[in-house]
Design a binder for this molecule. Structure first.
Ligand code: GLY
Length: 366
């Protein structure tokens, strides 16, 4: 078992990582429940895990109520938020209560936001069931829903009170989704931990094939990295937390071009985006070509897209740059890019010219 503390003063909390933890979740949640009924919000995909969780809460003497919402990004909407907050109010949820989010990033983001605004803030517990949610979205308190104008444009920072991660739930995750989540694992190595990237090069394929010990190690390592960065810059104002967006600006353009659909999953877009960020950095002499090649080679070895062609994106460079202009990170017409001086040496560059980016993208094979 690993416990990572997210150190945020009064908002500090633990992330507990252990194979089989779901079956013991009740004991961990009981002190937060204070004998009151605990609502669990889950999507239909995690029905078997919902049963395990409820049995574990029962065994710990914690009554629960399940609220099942449709799986998929469409649930990050005003309509679902309204339905959910009404249900939670009908259940009599109070400020001191805790709502459990059991599922992937959609459930975590939705429940996090609902509890941020319900009675001006009540507690929530994250039990993430996808690799992406386990290593990224369940930790750090970014919550929200999508708007007509774009993804995650409405939301709040609201930290969970506890995060419980059971790596064995990944056994039933579709392999493509597992790989997409793995891109976010590797991202931590690319940002500031060259040794961890080298670990991924050696162990990534075994992890994806089902090795539990390697999964547990990679999740714990990723969560520790995320906790450190969030602890340094909780509200993304100091330039530290922004490093977690490595690959996201290029990736956002690809996702937008794919219509934010299953054609290209978020993690796949991040993988291609990281390869493009390193490729751009190498083309401008900021990092070595060898490092950029290592990134692409690792994506090839693990079945992730390493650029436009592999991501199935054939759009002209100008169209992709146009998508970037609508990126929510744009400020005063300038888009901050995460570039690299090498593996584990990512930095924020606020002066990148979109003309240079367009010229670089125009040269990429399609
Ligand atoms: N997923 C990026 C962040 O939490 O800041």
């Amino acid at each position: 078992m690993t416990i990572v503390r997210v150190a945020l003063g009064a908002r500090s909390y633990d992330v507990v990582i252990e194979a089989g933890l779901l079956g013991q979740a009740g004991e961990r949640i009981a002190p937060l429940a204070r004998g009151r009924r605990v609502p669990i919000v889950a999507d239909a995909n995690v029905a078997p895990y919902l049963e395990t969780l409820r049995a574990s809460l029962d065994a710990a003497g914690v009554p629960s109520e399940a609220i099942v919402i449709p799986a998929g990004e469409k649930s990050k909407s005003w309509a679902t938020l309204e339905m959910l907050t009404d249900r939670l109010l009908d259940l009599g949820v109070e400020r001191g209560d805790h709502v459990i989010a059991l599922g992937g990033g959609v459930i975590g983001d939705l429940v996090g936001f609902a509890t941020a605004i319900l009675k001006r803030g009540c507690g929530f517990v994250q039990i993430p069931t996808t690799l992406l949610a386990q290593v990224d979205s369940s930790v750090g308190g970014k919550t929200g829903i999508n708007a007509r104008a774009g993804k995650n444009l409405i939301g709040a920072f609201h930290q969970p009170k506890l995060v419980l991660i059971d790596p064995t739930v990944l056994d039933t995750l579709p392999p493509r989704e597992l790989r997409a989540g793995y891109a976010e694992v590797v991202k931590y190595g690319l940002i500031d931990d060259a040794e961890f990237f080298a670990w991924c090069e050696t162990h990534g394929s075994a992890l994806l094939a089902g090795d539990v010990a390697r999964r547990e190690f990679a999740i714990a390592h990723s969560v520790a990295a995320k906790a450190r960065i969030v602890g340094e810059d909780e509200f993304e104002t100091l330039g530290r937390r922004a490093l977690l967006n490595l690959g996201h600006t290029f990736g956002h353009a690809l996702e937008a071009e794919a219509g934010f659909s299953d054609r290209l999953l978020h993690g796949e877009a991040v993988a291609a985006g990281c390869a493009l960020a390193f490729g751009y950095s190498a083309a401008h002499g900021f990092c070595s070509v060898e490092d950029a090649v290592r990134v692409s080679s690792h994506w090839q070895a693990t079945g992730l897209p390493d650029g436009l062609a592999a991501a199935g994106i054939a759009a002209p460079a100008e169209t992709l740059v146009e998508h970037m202009r609508h990126d929510k990170k744009a400020s005063g017409g300038q888009i901050p890019f995460l570039l690299a001086r090498g593996i584990g040496r990512t930095y924020l560059d606020k002066q990148v010219s979109l003309e240079d980016v367009r010229d670089y993208l125009a040269m990429q094979p399609r």
